[in-house]
Write a protein that binds this ligand. Structure first.
Ligand code: G3I
Length: 421
């Protein structure tokens, strides 16, 4: 498998380890899949893709759709298109970049009607030097979306990671004048992003991962690598990001911010109450109600349970917010099952593992479908197993198999499983 990226992110590991400690402390039970069901699912889904032969679910490289625009995937039979199969439920998205447009454009046109730039819209990537933008990759993805009748998620306008040094240069915590400089830089960045992509982005991850991984702490602060919190000395920066995004959208077209402002977070089942507190602060104290919450959904084979996910979805729905599944993938490893991080040994992607993963995907999609009144999109964090961040984190160089297509770009049993309803 091609390892496309390198480098374990210690802070992310710590975050996930803490989250898993919560789970264990809370008495969550990790259960295995029923082997009979697994075998049945394997048979139903045609789990035969190990080694690359296309299984049930269609031909991964089948050409489909016109590249000239109009309805996405036009010309593809509904039974062969994941996006068309889910047309009455929600858009189906994928996180992509240049590599995907080069190598998987037919699969993208066939199965997806929504895209997210996996990296190209992050501040460090698209705005590496103040006032100087590297638009090329994000523009290419945006043009691919426009030409194929797709929409984009704008990911992400503010994150503690991939935040360039120039943004914070010369800014001192507690110094009001220099804080105005930081706010001005953030505003200029957000205005430039909205100005360029307002026509094709239908929802923005305005702020990403601002909640603390520590149970007793509400917000990620300087000790968890947030220079935003550290310099502002509070969560006030979150408000400014939403205000600048909303104002920029309203300036592009009155009323156009409606439904577009999201907060994006990982392990949401453990952070839901803290996120609700953030949303309530924005709404009640700052007068700015946002629209929804992205559940990143980097899941494993057993955690979180669909029961816990339903509880979390219901909390946001009750409070008046939409939910999107923003970064779905399912690792085959469970590095935190002992309560703290312990790397699982590399596995071959056996037929049994493929069937177990297919059942897990099917269970999650059944849950998403059940909640279609509140779920606004479901996006996979990649397309095929030969290009996934999970090959590099949390264990660098360990092959993982978290997506719908295998290393040879043939559909896995998981794809058939989520089409079977
Ligand atoms: O582009 C450079 C390349 O020039 C260089 O040679 C190479 C050497 O390491 O690094 C390349 O950049 C890497 C980049 O991915 C593109 O491959 C970065 O080091 C690496 O840190 C970066 O990782 C991304 C990570 O976010 C950090 O931005 C992952 O691809 C991406 O999947 C991941 O996505 C995040 C979401 O944005 C937020 N939620 C969690 C999710 C997974 O961590």
């Amino acid at each position: 498998m091609m390892a496309t990226r390198r480098g374990v992110t210690q802070q992310k590991l710590q975050g996930l380890a803490v989250a898993w400690l919560w789970i264990v402390a809370g008495g969550a039970t990790l259960t295995g899949c029923d082997s009979g069901a697994v075998t049945a699912m394997a048979a139903a889904a045609g789990a035969s893709n190990v080694g690359g032969s296309p299984g049930a679910g269609g031909n991964a490289t089948a050409t489909s759709g016109s590249a000239s625009g109009g309805a996405s995937n036009a010309g593809t039979a509904a039974s062969d298109s994941l996006a068309q199969k889910y047309a009455d439920y929600f858009p189906i998205g994928a996180a992509v970049g240049n590599w995907h447009v080069d190598n998987l454009s037919d699969v993208l046109k066939q199965d997806f009607n929504h895209l997210t730039c996996e990296n190209a819209m992050k501040i460090q990537d698209i705005h590496p030097v103040e006032g100087s933008f590297s638009w090329a990759e994000a523009d290419r993805v945006a043009d691919f979306a426009r030409q194929n009748g797709m929409k984009l998620t704008g990911h992400t306008l503010l994150w503690h990671r991939q935040a360039p040094d120039w943004m914070f240069a010369g800014v001192t915590a507690g110094d009001a004048a220099s804080l105005e400089t930081l706010k001005g830089r953030l505003k200029a960045h957000i205005e430039a992003m909205v100005d360029r992509y307002a026509d094709v982005v239908d929802n923005w991850d305005v702020v990403n991962e601002a909640i603390s991984d520590t149970a007793a702490k509400q917000y990620r602060d300087g000790s968890e690598q947030s220079r935003w919190f550290e310099l502002f000395g509070s969560e006030e920066y979150i408000y400014w990001a939403y205000k600048f995004a909303k104002d920029a959208l309203e300036e592009s077209a009155a009323g156009s911010s409606a439904g577009k402002l999201y907060y994006n977070e990982y392990v949401v089942t453990t952070k839901a109450d803290k996120i609700l507190k953030l949303l309530a602060w924005l709404k009640d104290d700052k007068g700015l109600k946002i629209d929804g919450v992205g559940f990143q959904s980097h899941e494993n084979m057993t955690w979180p349970s669909t029961t816990d996910l339903q509880v979390a979805i219901d909390k946001f729905k009750t409070a008046g917010y939409k939910v999107k599944i923003s970064e779905l993938d399912i690792t085959v490893y469970s590095d935190y099952s002992m309560g703290s991080f312990m790397a699982s040994p590399a596995l071959p992607f056996s037929a049994e593992l493929e069937a177990k993963q297919a059942k897990r995907f099917a269970d999650l999609f059944a849950l998403y479908r059940k909640n279609k009144d509140v779920v606004t999109s479901v996006t996979f964090w990649g397309v095929s197993d030969d290009n996934t961040w999970l090959d590099n984190e949390p264990v660098a160089g360990r092959d993982d198999f978290p997506l719908l297509y295998n290393d040879q770009h043939a559909p896995k049993a998981a794809r058939a499983a989520i089409m079977a309803f």
